[in-house]
Design a protein around this ligand. Structure first.
Ligand code: GDP
Length: 221
């Protein structure tokens, strides 16, 4: 009998966080991967998180997530095509208390059209849900826009942790439901040892990945 997927190599999945500066991308990543929240006045230090590796079991499969943060590149409008390379899932973040960040979404989606295939799973995240008192974008607006853009939708708060786990599990579940995405990843892993199944990836060592498998990092380019 062939081994079950969970008994073999994990499926490598690369996720990207994008969205305007200060919407909470680094905070969501830290909250999810480290169960950490840095007080607002300390969080400028999070710029430069880069990426985290996180293992999870979803639908009976072992999944090894590399989650990439822009590390502030968006401030200079210089997100490069190499950042997008090999991604199977994109997490687009806006701030529910800042309409400008919601209005900027079409620009992010058009960038995606340029750089990633249409089968890549997208999830729209309305972050800072805890700031209900100063909300500028309704849930219905977020949901409606996500549907139009063929994306999943979650509202979350990196501060209170509400919705954060769902962001990552929902996107991974949909990736697993789209075999062409992770079959490609598996092919990449088999044929290009050292890039962690991330097509176009390069070897990166010494970042926050588990140290025993540092060859599984994605592309920093
Ligand atoms: P990034 O530039 O998108 O990575 O955003 P950061 O993660 O650096 O967060 C920008 C600011 O928003 C920081 O002051 C964070 O403390 C704050 N922030 C991030 N997420 C939340 C949240 O869910 N709720 C609240 N109230 N503030 C948040």
């Amino acid at each position: 009998m062939p081994p079950t997927p969970s008994a073999t190599q994990p499926i490598n999945v690369k996720l990207l966080l994008i969205g305007n500066a200060s919407v909470g991308k680094s905070s969501l990543l830290l909250r999810f991967s480290d169960e950490q929240w840095l007080p607002e006045d300390e969080s400028s230090a999070t710029i430069g998180v880069d990426f985290r590796v996180h293992k999870m079991d979803v639908k009976g499969k072992r999944v090894k997530l590399s989650i990439w943060d822009t590390a502030g590149q968006e401030r200079f409008r210089t997100i490069t095509s190499s950042y997008y390379r090999g991604a199977q899932g994109i997490i687009l973040v806006y701030d529910v208390s800042n309409r400008e960040t919601f209005d900027a979404l079409p620009r992010w989606y058009s960038e995606l059209e340029t750089y990633v295939s249409s089968s890549v799973v997208k999830i729209l995240v309305g972050n800072k849900l805890d700031k209900e008192f100063s909300r500028q974008v309704t849930s219905a607006e977020g949901q409606e826009f996500a549907e139009r853009m063929d994306s999943l939708f979650v509202e979350a708060s990196a501060k209170t942790a509400v919705g954060v786990k769902e962001v990552f599990t929902d996107v991974v579940e949909q990736i697993l439901d789209t075999p062409e995405l992770w079959d490609n990843a598996a092919k990449g892993r088999d044929t290009s040892s050292g890039n962690g199944g991330v097509p176009g990836g390069v070897q990166v060592v010494g970042l926050h990945a588990d140290n025993t498998q540092s060859q599984d990092s994605g592309c920093a380019c």
